[in-house]
Write a protein that binds this ligand. Sequence first.
Ligand SMILES: [Zn+2]
Length: 285
Amino acid sequence: MKAKYLLFAGLLLATATVFAQPRGGGASPFGNFPLQIEKVRDGIYRISSSASGNIIVFTSDDAVLLVDTKFENEYDRYMELLRTVTDKPVKYVINTHMHPDHTGGNIRLAGLGADIVATENARRRLAAVQQLGLPTITFDDHLRLYFGEHVMDLYWFGRGHTDGDLVIHLPEEKLILMGDLFAGGNPFVRAIDPAGGGTLKEWGPTVERVLELEFDTVIPGHSEPTDRATLQAFHEETLRIQEFITEMLKAGRSIEDVQTAVRAEFGQMAFFVFGNAADVIAEFQ
Ligand SMILES: [Zn+2]
């Protein structure tokens, strides 16, 4: 249970600090959690901790691609772990979205000459807080990368956790990387950042589009890899939460009542807002 609350704290504090640190965004506000590296598939690794977002490593014969870059103050430790599996240079970084537990290391990796890929929405928000190591390649809806043996389709399917979440699909591996649109498989986490363009109301339609892709393995933004059935269950619960909120509002219940009831019914982290929950619930009125 402790790990679940650390995840919760990580998501929360990561966001709370993004606007508080005009030029930084790299410092972890809650200490140095142990990092580990594990193999997901041949040429694919996950660097994880119990707090900041996953880094997913793709290796090729001559280069490395990283998905997300944790907090800046974790950089030296995760690069050390990376060097246990490859000595090749980091050529590309993909940011799944703009929160600092996914982008803090950008500044260091940009310094090594890596190109950084993100949605235009995520880059705009990083630029607004003057974060260093801004994305150099952006897209609105779709971008295909050919990296080593991997074909990687990057999609923006709509708003959810923020308005700049991208999903990565590797059609040949039948694998998807979800960022914080699906941060945790156990427990399910829906952290909504309304100031970052996040929304609960559109979260369902966004994940609906993800489920149209062909895949069997899912890597969440924070927890261990899981399967399509788990993402499907997450999506169905999202739709139930949306329905639940709509019904309560129709019955004339207050926004405070709705928030309390959703948490009681679906769990503390099934629905969590960075900032004012009223903004998120009011979208259902
Ligand atoms: Zn996030």
